[in-house]
Design a protein around this ligand. Sequence first.
Ligand SMILES: [Zn+2]
Length: 253
Amino acid sequence: MSKRRKCGYFLITVLLILVIAWLAWPAKGVPVLAYHQVSYDDDLYSVSPDDFERQMDYLASQGYSAVTLEDLTQYMAGSGQLPDKPVVITFDDGYQDNYTTALPIMEKYGMRSTVFVITDKIGQPGYLSWQEIRDMRRRGTDIGSHTVGHVVMSDISLDECQKEVTVSKQLLEQGTGQLVKYLAYPYGKFDIAMFDILRQAGYKGACAGITGLNKLGENPFRIKRIGIPRSRAGLLEFKLRLFRASVYSKIGR
Ligand SMILES: [Zn+2]
């Protein structure tokens, strides 16, 4: 082998080692997981109870502590301390299995979550009832708004937007006796004009449909999440989703 070729191989090896080390180095930022259903339903957004338990077990075994969205937004604003490996667990839509299936599994692993409820769906078949919402709240689950009617907020007028966020907030606050401070945009879609509407309505932050981790100084009304759909490749897929978010975070997405 010529000296020049040897030198080339050496440089490529060094470069590869540097890239692997950069990827393996933990990314700064807090992951927020976005679940929907936890059931055996054959649906893209339904994680099986077995997979969900494996995921909670993995997070606990890796030393993750479930923190609240309030802990997260305080950290993003530069105040408040987070544990070493924080994670926020969220559920969209307010499915009944969040109470019957997911909550007991989370309690087993010392995890907690925020459930974003569509207020029009409360008490409908397959969705949480007021009694279940109140019991979840009592057991440490935060209740957030997912609007009244699960509308695409970027498609409606700002007046309608204001109604969706204020009416759902008031209903949930009356029903739970607790302040509702966070919202998840239906379908993850939002417009920057909504930040002021939400702020004026008394919200402290909102979850968007952007993949990544959440860092100090970022806008609390565009909280990034990691969608966790039905698993096709077991726990490896879950780990890869966390890994992808950390890569996005490193490249500044
Ligand atoms: Zn939704």
